[in-house]
Ligand binder design. Structure first.
Ligand code: AMP
Ligand code: MN
Ligand code: MN
Ligand code: MN
Length: 290
């Protein structure tokens, strides 16, 4: 049965220890509930291994729930993130696509550590591994935590700026999934594909236009407008882009950790009223507590 999609405080983007967050799926569900979230999705990077626990915890807390994942994509030479929402978590093609996307992470991590060793930072691979909750999902965030803990930098943002972005010693270029594949995996699993935090990408206006155009051509249907990565100016810009490209709009904190994230679950402004919330289109996919 279709339910009236009345949720205002939907938070459809966050990370657990199954990717690069620091909380367990159950802890995130409890935190979302405590913060007044009315509809929640866990969106680990390239991984759906936390979803069963997320779903069970959400429903036990009386928190409506959608499936989610954030897929790493390479577009025009840069990394873009595509969130999938409301898909069938048992879909074999999606599972295989995510596994393939995760596949190169270990080799990449070893190359990152080699780059860091060249500037005198030894043992970074082993150090990062201490923070990894899922051996298939070693990420830059885990290196950042290690370099903070070992006193190389003050905070994770400093690590990224000095070591982990393009042109820095720990950066290794990586080929992620193709945009069309990621959108298709989500769509063919009955979900909706969402461009995550578009304000973060360093695209020219033409490249950004191409991203939105190609995303739509592949069957992508939504864009994050209200996210922890966006400034107030981004909220306005991407609300306009959602209208221009006739995309549904999403909202999510991108919460990773109580110690690192500046935006907590459920604390962002609501979606601007003129936009169509992606969760209205997913009402039939929302799992409701009994
Ligand atoms: P990876 O998938 O291994 O390339 O890691 C990407 C993750 O690094 C993102 O999802 C963020 O959690 C984190 N990240 C990226 N840029 C920054 C930054 N400037 N400061 C802190 N964390 C960042
Ligand atoms: Mn992350
Ligand atoms: Mn992201
Ligand atoms: Mn994210």
């Amino acid at each position: 049965m279709s339910q009236p999609a009345v949720w205002t405080n939907a938070d459809l983007h966050c990370h657990s220890v199954v990717s690069d967050g620091t909380l367990q799926p159950e802890e995130l569900a409890a935190r979302a509930k405590a913060n007044g979230v009315e509809l929640w999705a866990l969106t680990d990077h390239d991984e759906i291994g936390g979803l069963q626990r997320a779903r069970a915890a959400a429903l036990a807390l009386g928190l409506p729930y959608l499936t989610g994942a954030e897929i790493s994509v390479t577009f025009a030479g840069l990394t873009v993130h595509i969130v999938g929402l409301g898909f069938d978590a048992g879909d074999a093609q999606l599972a295989a696509g995510l596994a393939a996307t995760r596949g190169g992470r270990e080799e990449r991590a070893r190359e990152m550590a080699a780059g860091l060793a060249q500037v005198g930072i030894a043992g970074a691979y082993e150090g990062a591994l201490k923070y990894v909750g899922n051996p298939e999902l070693i990420s830059r965030t885990h290196f950042a935590r290690h370099l903070v803990e070992s006193g190389v930098c003050q905070d994770t943002h400093e690590v990224f700026r000095k070591f982990l972005v393009e042109g820095k010693p720990g950066f290794v270029p990586h080929r992620w999934a193709k945009l069309g594949d990621a959108v298709r995996w989500i769509r063919e699993a009955q979900g909706i594909a969402v461009i995550a935090h578009p304000g973060r990408y360093k695209f020219t206006a033409n490249e950004e236009y191409a991203l939105f155009t190609e995303f739509k051509a592949h069957g992508g249907r939504a864009v994050e407008v209200i996210t922890g990565s966006h400034s107030g100016a981004d909220f306005i810009k991407y609300a306009d882009m959602a209208l221009e490209f006739e995309l549904l709009a999403s909202r999510g904190s991108d919460f990773h950790s109580p110690d690192e994230s500046h935006v907590d679950l459920g604390t962002l402004p609501p979606l601007p009223g003129q936009l169509s919330p992606v969760w209205e289109a997913l009402a039939e996919r929302v799992l409701l507590p009994s």
